[in-house]
Design a binder for this molecule. Structure first.
Ligand code: NAP
Length: 506
């Protein structure tokens, strides 16, 4: 591993972040013959969300054989839905196998990254010195900045407060009175894990969500051997899983009948698992299934039905030294508060640090104020690429499929720009047209059906989800089309575009 030290060097390419996106980008660069790059990682370990989310019960609710890179199949997944440690280990092993760790500079937090239009380079200021590069790839992740609601009196609380993604592994829950705020995917995994240990668990629910049956299973060793000896069988399974997950897009964008069928299935799941009519009514969602991400769980409803668990639907108005007070004036006494309240996505503060031409900031793209193209490139940001950018999110399948699609595009773009020794910036019209298409499609889908979710910005526009089948994204991102870009020779950034004639693709 690279020893962190004072840095003042130049590399061709900088990747910010060593999660799935950053490691995937590094592998693809190495595979395309590029060695002159650095991955800047603010932490001292790689892994992104899989490093950060250490809460008990954390596991991947997307099938393991799909939630892995196509270039690094793992025949030995222990479970159909891997636990967090196994996913994290997979990412570390993949990085090692492909020789990525020597390129990672751990403990390097980017404080600012700015495009120098005169020199045609990116200049990065980090906590360990500055760095200049020709291309910048942002892989800082969508779910990297915890969202903790500001509740009056929080600072007066006498007990322990933590966010699900900043778990304190040394905190003992045994015999404690615990509050968990939120009932999203993280809370759904935490509640069943801590319920048996705690004296009392108060679950604060703002909006009931849809929950579908899960059935994670251990994978027997004969299947490991099969996948090892006949890799085609694993590829076949992956293909089947991919197609099965993709059916959800039909339900969310086209066929209401499939969606309402899924809603009936989810209601049956609730009815089977929750006997108490009051509790069942509180847990019944009122928005269209799919509008928010649909977590699968077999143990959330049984856990919440236990006698030491109380579901509270009254809004929290303040925190006092010994508990949380709801709007009805009731004090809920607790020793520990867990905020499973999600992440700052469209207002991710780290995106303010990336500054393109004319002082435009990356945060403007995440909030939907600037258009972006394929969630990967942005006008005013030359030689800049991002992973998991606007409208590249998927709630129904593996995000790695989208990341790999973006990487196809980025590698192709880098090859073109290198060949011409050029600087490329997507045309504003192209990005605008794309962003408008995203909104038009979203409006006709379940993501435009009116629920509040982290997919939407403060003007209610879907800035997260790709509102179409993921294979359409794969097709569109297969090739970099120079006709979509303002391309100028490197070193003369102000010169008029010298764009090779090329047909626009769809
Ligand atoms: P989330 O889905 O954003 O859920 C946050 C929860 O907190 C929601 O129930 C929300 O209620 C509630 N909340 C937020 N602010 C609140 C407030 N001020 N008062 C009361 N409740 C409040 O966050 P998450 O559960 O951490 O999941 C985030 C994403 O992480 C998921 O969508 C998924 O993409 C990913 N994830 C994946 C897995 C996996 O297995 N692959 C597991 C966990 C998480 P409202 O619904 O009313 O907003």
């Amino acid at each position: 591993m690279h020893e962190p030290g004072p840095t003042d060097l130049e590399v061709r390419i900088v990747i910010m972040g060593a999660g799935f996106g950053g490691i995937g980008a590094a592998v693809r660069l190495l595979q395309s013959g590029q060695e002159d790059f650095a991955v800047l990682e603010r932490s001292d370990q790689l892994g992104g969300v899989w490093r950060d989310n250490r809460y008990p019960g954390c596991r991947c609710d997307v099938p393991s054989h799909l939630y892995s890179f196509s270039f690094a199949p793992n025949p030995r997944w222990r479970s159909t839905h891997a636990e967090r440690e196994e996913v994290w280990q997979y990412l570390q092993d993949t990085a090692t196998t492909f020789g990525v760790p020597t390129h990672i500079r751990f403990g390097h937090a980017v404080l600012e990254a700015g495009w120098d239009d005169r020199a045609g380079i990116w200049i990065l200021r980090t906590n360990r010195g500055s760095l200049r590069c020709r291309y910048l790839i942002s892989a800082t992740g969508t779910l990297s900045e915890p969202m903790v609601p500001s509740i009056p009196g929080t600072e007066t609380f006498d007990g322990t407060i933590m966010h699900s993604a900043r778990w304190d592994p040394n905190h003992h829950f045994e015999g404690k009175r615990v509050a968990i705020v939120g009932t999203g995917a993280s809370a759904m995994q935490i509640v069943p894990s801590i319920q048996p240990q705690v004296e009392h668990l108060t679950v604060f629910q703002r909006t009931p969500g849809w929950v579908v049956p899960h059935h994670p299973r251990f994978i027997p060793s004969w299947k490991h051997r099969l996948f090892e000896h006949l890799p085609a069988t694993q590829r076949l399974l992956r293909g089947v899983l991919y197609l099965r997950q993709e059916l959800a897009v039909s339900a969310f964008t086209k066929y209401d009948g499939i969606r309402t069928g899924l809603e009936r299935r989810a209601r049956r799941h609730l009815a089977r698992q929750v006997a108490d009519p009051w509790l069942r009514a509180q847990l019944t969602p009122e928005y269209q299934l799919g509008c928010k991400r649909v977590p699968p769980s077999d143990d959330f409803y049984p856990a919440i039905s236990q006698s030491n668990v109380e579901l509270v639907t009254e809004p929290i108005v303040r925190i006092e030294p010994d508990g949380m007070v709801t709007r009805d004036g009731h004090l809920h006494p607790v020793d520990t508060i867990v905020f499973a309240t999600g992440f700052r996505v469209s207002d991710n503060p780290t995106a303010r640090q990336v500054v393109g031409r004319e002082s435009h900031r990356l945060s403007e793209a995440l909030s939907g104020d600037l258009p972006s193209y394929l969630g990967t490139t942005l006008p005013w940001f030359p030689n800049f690429f991002m992973l998991n950018g606007p409208n590249t999110g998927t709630g129904h399948t593996s995000q790695l499929y989208m990341i790999e699609s973006q990487l196809n595009y980025i590698i192709d773009a880098l090859e073109h720009l290198d060949e011409w020794d050029a600087v490329g910036e997507v045309l504003e019209d192209v990005a605008k047209e794309h962003s408008e298409e995203m909104q038009r499609r979203s409006a006709k889908s379940v993501w435009g059906s009116g629920c509040a979710s982290w997919y939407r910005n403060d003007r209610d526009a879907n800035v997260v989800i790709w509102p179409n089948y993921t294979f359409v994204f794969r097709r569109r991102s297969r090739h970099f089309d120079p006709a979509d870009y303002r391309i100028v020779p490197a070193g003369s950034v102000a010169s008029p575009p010298t764009r090779p004639a090329n047909e626009r693709k769809d």
